[in-house]
Design a protein around this ligand. Structure first.
Ligand code: HEM
Length: 567
């Protein structure tokens, strides 16, 4: 004991002779040394999958994360996959290391074991600050309980009732686009005015991202929680403004924000963005509470017989889930709390709005680039008798279905997600990799806390899954028998787009119906062309991949295309 404590006694004696400022400096230096040793050599040395190959870090502090974020979506991992195999590792911020796997067997194992591979606490914490604690952030038994109550709202029967709402908003979009073409003096059509070359008689430069996003917002408001944003009609709404402000701030990558996400204790440092996020969240909650109270009164009235016709009840997602939650036969411990119900409103806005609108925006872009595909789609959609077909008729249109599959494969809006091992796990691989010591690895030891990047876009565009033309946009690949040989663990069409396993996208049927309805109307009504000036459209990745025009960055995200009425 005496021998062990001797060095500390000596150090204590030496420090006693150092002035207070010197001691503070020595303390800071020792802390930084500890941070360095813990985050760099120690993390590397104790990594359970040290033998997995991967690129060297490109920055001491940021690892390879900035490199990944600043290059084209999926580009770095595609390069690393070619060099190190579909399962590799890379450095993230502050010496942390992440496992990346595009291995079908590995991915399937991770996604199926959703209690063992959970969402990392740091990203859940950030999400909860913006949308509360709903189904997107719940884990384990809580998640299963919420999902069970919400499942009927997303089922085929409920969707059938929601389709008329989707059509109503879809035709508001048609009227809006029509009016923009008819009235060239209206300057709201695009954030930058058309250059001389893009002024074409009978046609109009239109920012399709803006108008599709408004439509998707109006649809999720009305079909999601019975709220009229009316953004196509009037353009502004306090809930929409608060949410989009909060969401865009939440996505900004600033050094202090990254530090606060990694070390929550630093949140004691007040920041302007944290203040605005809190303000916007409070506003969203205020409006959300009113919506929930109104619906609760309606449901109680229905249960007590005050509402005679069932049709008086809302047919939106929130009404259906609240009704399921208030069912007399549901055990109290199975019910959602008020806060959980409230959080679903912001969850729908986040999960169900930008995703679908972004996918549709890329769809019209691809149609503008492939006039032959657009023509075939128009021919098929125009042959339908009704301009508002039912869900079965929509799903029975084979070419619309193939185009939908291919857009969601090629331009799936969510490029990736992440998981963390909740306990020590062994991940089996279908495609073995060669370890750093030259041995063949058929599985990976993932210790509790292991961070895993789940690549959605890379698997959707992988040559080993889709063949040598994986990088081409070709709806005909989905002809009968055209699905990939490799099993992909996705819930829809062998795609990773909506993920797979117990935490797949609960809204995928809703998204597909909305996607097909809007594309059906657009193909029948408008010819969509690239602008004669041929602006370069780049992919800007954040949580979703959205378009921006090179050289017009200050105008923000946009998708300018030339629109004319179908003759
Ligand atoms: C093209 C459109 C869409 C895409 C590509 C998409 C994609 C995804 C993905 C990848 C996830 C899994 C995220 C993760 O666990 O890391 C997810 C989850 C989710 N999505 Fe979607 N989504 C779309 C549309 C929608 C819509 C329209 C809604 C609602 C109306 C919705 C609601 C949800 C919810 C609530 C979850 C969480 C499910 C759970 O954890 O159990 N999504 N979505």
């Amino acid at each position: 004991m005496t021998t062990l404590s001797a060095p500390f006694t000596v150090i204590g004696g030496l420090l006693a002779s150092v002035p207070i400022y010197g001691r503070i400096l020595i303390g800071i230096a020792l802390f930084l040394l500890w941070v360095y040793v813990y985050n760099w050599p120690y993390t590397e040395y104790t990594l359970s999958y040290r033998n997995v190959p991967g690129p060297p870090r490109s920055s001491f502090l940021w690892g390879s994360l900035l490199d990944v974020l600043q290059s084209k979506p999926g580009e770095r991992h595609t390069q690393w996959t070619a060099e190190y195999g579909p399962t590799h590792r890379f450095h993230s911020v502050f010496g942390t290391i992440r496992l990346y796997t595009a291995d079908p067997g590995g991915l399937s194992f991770i996604l199926q074991h959703s209690d063992d591979f959970i969402k990392p606490e740091r990203s859940n914490r950030t999400l909860k600050e913006m949308i509360g604690d709903g189904i997107l952030t719940a884990e384990g038994a809580d998640h299963r309980r919420q999902r069970k109550i919400m499942n009927p709202a997303f089922g085929p029967a409920a969707l059938r009732d929601m389709l008329p709402i989707m059509w109503e908003k879809t035709y508001e979009l048609k009227a809006k686009l029509f009016s923009l073409i008819e009235d060239p003096s209206n300057e709201e059509a695009s954030p930058t005015p058309p250059v001389a070359m893009d002024i074409v008689p009978g046609a109009r430069k239109v920012d399709m991202l803006k108008y599709i996003a408004m439509t998707a917002l109006d649809i999720i408001g009305s079909a999601g929680f019975g709220y009229e944003f009316n953004s196509i009609g009037q353009g502004h709404n306090p809930l929409a403004t608060a949410f989009s402000r909060m969401f865009s701030l939440g996505q900004q990558i600033k050094p202090l924000r990254v530090l606060q996400i990694m070390f929550p204790v630093l949140k004691v440092i007040p920041t302007e963005s944290a203040r605005i996020i809190k303000e916007c969240y409070d506003l969203c909650c205020g409006i959300g509470r009113d919506i929930v109270h109104r619906k609760r009164r309606q449901i109680q009235a229905e249960y007590s017989g005050d509402i005679e016709k069932k049709t008086d009840m809302g047919k939106d997602l929130l009404s259906i889930l609240m009704k399921a939650n208030m069912a007399p036969d549901l055990r109290p411990d199975q019910k959602m709390s008020d806060d959980e119900v409230l959080a679903q409103i912001t969850t729908f806005m986040l999960a169900g709005n930008e995703t679908t609108s972004t996918a549709l925006t890329w769809a019209v872009y691809r149609l503008s680039q492939h006039p032959d595909i657009q023509k075939r789609l128009r021919a098929e959609c125009s042959a339908v008798d009704s301009d508002q077909p039912g869900i079965d008729e929509l799903n029975a249109l084979p070419y619309l279905d193939k185009v939908t599959h291919e857009v969601l494969r090629y331009d799936g809006p969510v490029p990736s997600t992440e998981r963390m091992a909740a306990r020590d796990m062994v991940i089996p691989l279908t495609i073995p990799i060669i370890g750093r010591d030259g041995t063949i690895m058929t599985s990976i030891n993932a210790k509790k806390g292991c961070d895993i990047a789940i690549p959605i876009m890379s698997v959707n565009r992988s040559e080993s899954v889709w063949g040598p033309d994986a990088d081409q946009f070709n709806p005909d690949r989905f002809d009968v028998g055209g699905f990939p040989k490799e099993p992909v663990p996705g819930v829809y069409g062998s795609l990773m787009t909506f993920l797979g396993g117990p935490r797949n996208c609960i809204g995928y049927r809703f998204a597909l119906a909305e996607f097909k309805a809007i594309l059906f109307m657009l193909a029948r009504s408008f010819e969509i062309e690239t602008l004669p000036s041929k602006p370069v459209i780049e992919h800007k990745a954040n949580i979703v991949i959205r378009p921006r025009v090179v050289g017009e960055e200050e105008a923000g995200l946009q998708m300018p295309l030339l629109l004319r009425l179908v003759e």
